[in-house]
Design a protein around this ligand. Structure first.
Ligand SMILES: Cc1ncc(COP(=O)(O)O)c(C=O)c1O
Length: 383
């Protein structure tokens, strides 16, 4: 019997493929985005304590109340904005599930979502599983500027959702207040919603400000803001995220969420709630932490033919190899892997129609020694 695949063109992600190859070759892996340092031991203790205290049965499907309250407090601290934990916050299985559930809640058969390439790889398959189509609007290096004229021309009566991601993975850029105004002008007066992937919201560098849909008076009325404790607590395996949206959108999101994951690990939710209560300034320290990592890597590559345009946000850094090899990021990433045992991520898989590219992405959520080692390997590369 042959199975009629719903996603016939989808294979294993570039992250999984490259991580497996890195393991096989014994290479240094700065490809997939995950920290190689320990998480705060206090968080480990709190998870153990929560289990010992008996938090081991189903949590409420919308998320533990204590955690939703802490999220609301953190949002108020960060953006001076009050959100209602009862009607506007849903705890999700990482940001991935928040994104998936929001898309299923909004997109119907024949409808369209606009995404900006290079884009995170979950958006397109999730839209297709909802019966819709993604329309990809490219942003090109080096500046990755939004072509708002082109976005306007892409909107049709079938457009239901614009998926936006700032700080952006993989371009390491952040949106400007002007971008948010352009976005607001496009959705104004139309039945178009905004799914704002803000998992790197606290990783914005050089004194710049994160542009959240939550702080924009028009966009927050039609926006889903998705975030991730995997990023903010340096633990991608925690698999806890959340989605903040107006009550009517939250109701629709929760309808999908309850039949998808139903509810998430109770003990980790209780532990994260306690952790945020104890360490309420956690989120303030993240930008400085990663900015120092970024600067360390850039300094270590000074004087090499690699160009290292300062990441504006996220826990990634792009390396421009245009002075070292011809365009072709897939081939160049392969050469780095084979010749200096350094695993990076090319940007081509993040595009529907990739242009010739001369950049690869490195994850900087690594110990200083790992970053120094990566720089040494890049220095050892012979064109
Ligand atoms: C832009 C973006 N969105 C969403 C996610 C997924 O977040 P989570 O691990 O919380 O599911 C990631 C993870 O790398 C990401 O880079």
């Amino acid at each position: 019997m042959s199975i009629r695949s719903k996603l016939p063109d989808v294979g294993v992600t570039i992250f999984a493929v490259n991580s497996r190859r890195a393991r096989e070759l014994g290479a240094l892996n700065l490809g997939q985005g995950f920290p190689d340092y320990e998480i705060d031991p206090r968080l480990t203790e709190l998870v153990t304590e929560a289990m010992r205290a008996g938090h081991n049965q189903y949590a409420p499907y919308e998320g533990e109340e204590a955690l939703r309250e802490q999220i609301a407090r953190q949002v108020e601290r960060s953006y001076g904005l009050k959100v209602d934990p009862q009607t506007q916050i849903t705890v999700t299985l990482g940001a991935t599930e928040g994104i998936f559930s929001a898309i299923q809640a909004i997109i119907g058969p024949g409808e369209e979502a606009i995404v900006f390439d290079p884009c995170y790889d979950t958006y397109d398959p999730a839209v297709r599983l909802a019966g819709g189509t993604c329309v990809h609007v490219p942003r090109m290096p080096p500046g990755f500027i939004y072509d708002w004229e082109r976005v306007r021309a892409t909107v049709t009566p079938r457009t239901r959702l614009i998926i936006f991601n700032t700080p952006n993975n993989p371009s390491c850029t952040i949106a400007t207040p002007q971008d948010m105004e352009e976005l607001a002008a496009i959705v104004r007066g139309r039945e178009i919603y905004v799914l704002s992937d803000e998992v790197y919201e606290h990783m914005v560098f050089d004194g710049q400000r994160h542009q959240s849909v939550l702080t924009h008076p028009e966009l927050r009325e039609r926006g889903f803001a998705v975030s991730s404790f995997g990023k903010t607590l340096h633990s991608t395996g925690l698999r806890l995220g959340y989605c903040i949206a107006p009550p009517a959108l939250t109701t629709e999101l929760r309808k999908v969420h309850q039949f998808n994951t139903f509810s998430l690990a109770t003990a980790t939710q209780c532990a994260v709630a306690r952790y945020l209560e104890e360490k309420s300034d956690t989120w303030n320290q993240i930008a400085g932490f990663f900015e120092r990592k970024r600067d360390r890597l850039r300094a270590a590559l000074e004087g090499t033919p690699f160009l290292v345009p300062a990441a504006q946000g996220t826990f990634f850094q792009l390396i421009d190899f245009s002075q070292v090899a011809p365009p072709g990021d897939l081939a160049f990433a392969e050469r780095l892997l084979n010749e200096v045992l350094l695993c990076t991520i090319p940007l081509s898989p993040f595009y529907r129609s990739p242009p010739p590219l001369s950049v690869v992405r490195l994850c900087i959520a690594k110990r200083d020694e790992t970053l120094d080692d990566a720089a040494a390997r890049l220095r050892a590369f012979r064109p």
